[in-house]
Design a protein around this ligand. Sequence first.
Ligand SMILES: Nc1ncnc2c1ncn2[C@@H]1O[C@H](COP(=O)(O)OP(=O)(O)OP(=O)(O)O)[C@@H](O)[C@H]1O
Ligand SMILES: [Mg+2]
Length: 286
Amino acid sequence: MIPYAIWSEAGGVGKTTLAANLARAHANLDQDVLAIDMDPQDGGLTNHFGLDDKKADSDADNLVLHMIDRARGEFDDLIRSSEGIDLIPSHNNLGNLTDLLSKAKDLEEQTSDVEFEEEKQLRRVLVDGDVPSKYDVLIIDPPASQGQHLYNAVYATSNLLIPFEPSPKGERSVQGLRDVVSGLESELGDIDVGVLGTVPNKVKGTNINQKYLDALEEEDLPIAPVSIGERGSMLGDAWDNQVSIYELAENDSYRDLRGYEEPTLEKFDELAQYITEQFQTPEATA
Ligand SMILES: Nc1ncnc2c1ncn2[C@@H]1O[C@H](COP(=O)(O)OP(=O)(O)OP(=O)(O)O)[C@@H](O)[C@H]1O
Ligand SMILES: [Mg+2]
């Protein structure tokens, strides 16, 4: 399985946009994709695919309940589907994840000798649900802040893909990123966290943009061989229609624009390919 979390500590740099469109790009490569929305806020991946009807339903079974051993149903029933992509949607309980995990830990440790490690619960749920054998790709979209959402996402995937916006906030977010990754490794204990790549996003080709891209080159981080241009109109339309840009481009009313937007689709294709290649053994590619 190809597991990764898309993360940057900068907000609004394109984490969810990359998650949605990469999920579809992987599916186009005939890979079985599971995407998980770990962000409690509205306007995330769940909303992007129009699957937020149960987000505020306090009776609905949800991922958090599985993480704290209070599941109300089967793991498979958490999974929804759109455009051939499986998705575990966000739920408002994610807003209390830290608290709920901490209470579950207290309870577990009062009633048994088993240690309950808060940051390892998502991985446990996914392994119990046979996700590694059922899916080719796992993409997790956690919120920007550091805490149990990110820790669980990183422990479950061991890999990060980092969108980079060529702007002051983008630059700040990659400075010291290696230290942040080392910090995550010591927080989580027994895993190595790989950085699959930083992905320049919202690139406009201006001189000022180039200055930030040059600054990224100075960092000790792999840079993906593709960058995504500033495509607010197409990406905004995709959000509004609750589809990926691939599905949008199939739409009749979009056909005239398709020639202009085709390179963006190809960039996402290349990005999915680049990520996939990092998981292929030398024999498989020979
Ligand atoms: N390449 C791009 N060109 C133009 N607009 C973009 C691009 N990528 C993302 N956006 C826009 O930027 C906004 C923020 O994107 P997105 O929600 O993906 O960021 P995020 O990192 O997930 O944010 P948050 O930190 O809130 O989770 C959205 O309106 C999105 O359409
Ligand atoms: Mg987001």
